[in-house]
Ligand binder design. Structure first.
Ligand SMILES: NC(=O)c1ccc[n+]([C@@H]2O[C@H](COP(=O)([O-])OP(=O)(O)OC[C@H]3O[C@@H](n4cnc5c(N)ncnc54)[C@H](O)[C@@H]3O)[C@@H](O)[C@H]2O)c1
Length: 355
């Protein structure tokens, strides 16, 4: 039995996770999947009530008993410093050592692409962002605060181990993917001479072990331009935490926007976390208009990660069909509610799973 922790979090995280869970439940019943979905109430509500983000022992429990986490989103205007979000989400990312941030950039339907004349075969790549180091490692400080001489520092942490494992993960992924089998590493070694020299050397060394994969490099500024100019040239893109954060949002923009963007925070072979890219969207929370597709596609990534590959594909196909049939929320030009879109998708999943 594979246990999956369900952490809806806050705002629309709760609304979209409900739909993704319903899809997983449908598959569990139809395909007799040996999965158990275990809900957790970690989020702003509990934080405000008990001042607890991640309860004591939660990380150990996830590590030892759970195959994966399906996460919604955190963020609540009543917790303006996001203290609970940092404890919950960053707690899991760092303590479970989820070093691969996997962001597929795949066009579900040609009409969703903002680039003129581009189709699904042009926009189909995966961005692997290093998820535990870089400038997001939260090392640094402020000196002489609120004076004209103030100095603020965020250190950029790049370890040989951290750089090598994400680059290796990119080559392993390229090997598994159909088609292009390319890895492009992006950095800014011309300006960041020390940290990104490490990326360059490590990339060259690891690439030698994967002669079957085409390895290339682009500075991040050129990379951003090329993703817009000619996205078809990319298959797997690997980069550091900061550049990956930015490039993957550019990718989400190429593939239909935040509402359909899914992600995995992965430690291969260990309990990993899957979540839509968007946040808790307080502006639309409670209105029933949030697009559940990012969450449902994240559930598909989760299924793939825990070994249910055909079920994952079935979910992706159902979401594609929903987009093709204009069964969408308003962010994709539709008129349907979160619940209606979710119901439609799980109906398709149910039908396909029976067949
Ligand atoms: N991983 C996370 O939990 C995560 C990620 C990003 C932001 N946040 C938090 O979420 C809160 C809101 O942040 P934000 O407004 O910058 O980002 P956001 O992603 O929540 O929303 C950005 C915009 O996109 C829209 N949007 C987002 N998801 C959508 C969906 N599924 N369907 C339709 N429209 C959607 C929102 O209505 C909003 O206009 C903040 O507290 C932020 O810190 C959390």
């Amino acid at each position: 039995m594979k246990k999956i922790a369900i952490v809806p979090g806050d705002g629309i995280g709760i609304e979209v996770t409900r739909e993704a869970v319903a899809v997983l439940e449908t598959l569990r019943k139809r395909r007799h999947l040996l999965i158990e979905l275990v809900p957790f109430d970690w989020g702003a509500e509990r934080w405000l009530r008990d001042r607890v983000g991640l309860p004591a022992g939660a990380l150990d429990e996830l590590r030892s008993d759970f195959a994966a986490v399906l996460f919604g989103a955190v963020g609540d205007p009543r917790v303006p410093d996001m203290a609970h979000g940092r404890e919950i989400l960053l707690g899991m990312r760092f303590q479970l050592d989820l070093f691969v941030n996997l962001r597929p950039v795949r066009l579900l339907n040609d009409r969703l692409c903002p680039l003129k004349g581009r189709t699904g075969s042009d926009v189909d790549m995966v961005i692997l962002r290093e998820n535990t180091e870089g400038v997001y490692a939260d090392m640094g400080g402020i000196f002489k605060k609120d004076t004209p001489d103030e100095i603020a520092i965020n250190e950029d942490i790049n370890t040989r181990k951290g750089v090598e494992r994400i680059i290796r993960a990119a080559f392993e992924l390229a090997r598994k993917r159909d088609g292009k089998k390319r890895v492009c590493m992006s950095d800014k070694a011309n300006a960041m001479r020390f940290a990104h020299d490490l990326w360059q050397r490590t990339f060259r060394e690891v690439a030698r072990e994967y002669a079957d994969i085409e390895a290339s490099h682009l500075y991040v500024d050129v990379m951003a331009m090329e993703m817009v100019r000619n996205p078809a040239r990319f298959d797997v893109v690997v980069t550091n935490n900061l550049f990956g954060d930015i490039l993957s949002d550019l990718g989400a923009g190429l593939a239909g926007g935040l509402g359909v963007a899914a992600s995995g925070n992965i430690n291969p072979g260990q309990c990993s976390l899957f979540e839509p890219v968007h946040g808790s969207a307080p502006d639309i929370a409670g209105k029933g208009v949030a697009n559940p597709m990012g969450s449902i596609l994240s559930a598909a990534l989760l299924l793939d990660h825990i070994g249910f590959h055909s079920e994952a594909q079935l979910v992706e196909k159902a979401v594609e069909k929903a987009v093709a049939e204009h069964m969408t929320t308003r962010d994709l030009g539709g008129t349907h509610s979160t619940e209606e879109v979710g119901k439609f998708i799980r109906g398709l999943v149910d039908e396909a799973a029976r067949g």
